[in-house]
Write a protein that binds this ligand. Sequence first.
Ligand SMILES: [Fe+2]
Length: 442
Amino acid sequence: MSEAAISEKPFWLSGNFAPTYDEVTETKLNVTGSIPPELNGRYLRNGANPQTGESAHWFLGNGMIHGVELNNGKANWYRNRYVRTPLLTDAGADPLGAALDDRSKSLANTHIISHAGKILALEEGHWPFELSSDLETVGAYNYDGKLETGMTAHPKICPETGELLFFAYGMTPPYLTYHRASANGELVQSEQIEVKGATMMHDFNITRNHVIFMDLPLVWNFENAANAGLPIQWSDEYGARLGVMPRNGSNKDVVWYDIDPCYVYHPVNAYEDGDDIVIDVCRLAHSMKPGVKDVPPVLHRWTIHQNTGKVSESQIDDRAVDFPRVPDAIVGLKHRYGYTAEFGSGLPTAVAFRKYDMQSGTSEAHQLQNGRVGGEPVFVPADGASAEDDGYLLSFVYDPAENKSELVIIDASNVASDPVARVHLPTRVPAGFHGSWVADPA
Ligand SMILES: [Fe+2]
């Protein structure tokens, strides 16, 4: 093996994907521009940050939260903290070994949300981990022992009822379980849903009356675990379906709709349009096919025609985009705009933030210059917003010239313009996954 080959690391351990090890607290932060004084709260973002410096796959590092608190036009602090789960304490533990059977052994590395007054760091095979408002770990959170499965990293908070709707998949039966927690954080419903096998079901959808499961052909296969560190493979046999269920329904109420095989990590949003259900998704034609390079995700629209039992599919754009977001206030309701990270280099990191206008069929982008790269754009509404895009996009952007990152705040109604503010951080924030704006209580 040549020296170059020996030193060559996979992308998730290289460049700004590489982990950082210091836990930093900094209260003196320089700002370029003006932080809108209406932004009072914290932008928090999770990502995989393997404490040993090694991991077999991008998805398998220990969770680290990076956060910035904003208050009345000032940036109060930046801090980053590991989520202190048993997999952090036991650095040698195999996240795909015995940890799979112990719901507390989470990597807690994928998303961070706030619901019913609790901040929860999420992964998709285990219980959430509760954090304090200054990012210290409180511990595993399982709804007073009622949650018998893990929790997806992509639960949905209904903006109308305040409920948290979520699911968990299992590598052994039950392969799929649906859960509903009330606005005050009580687990009120758990239903086993029949599917054919153990798939990596990463995300799902809600509408005003329904949830929609995405039963797609990435199948767990521990006997043939050769696929880049994750024992998951594309299956030509499994098929692909969408399962529509009333939000308080059960397995007998699920109506399944066949679709063309594909994979979707992240839908943009879903909503009801008469008898139809519209879902915009970042769709991969295939993924994790043995010996076949993944294709990039591109924006598609599925329309589920409940009265005919058919799903129509149309491609919206051919650019590579993922990490889509809509305002929290319209999750499950009709959206006009979707905000995405546009990939430009073959890596899952944003060279631009692209805003799609589903009404006009157009898009515009905030291009990052000079090798700067960002991540998922999180939408935060302006005070008293009336238009859907009256607000801001927040994301960490890494500047390779400085080897440091910034929190950028972009006017969502004018994304192509310069950021309204850039909060300069004392260190770099590695490329990560998902985040949330946790507003101060009104
Ligand atoms: Fe995700």
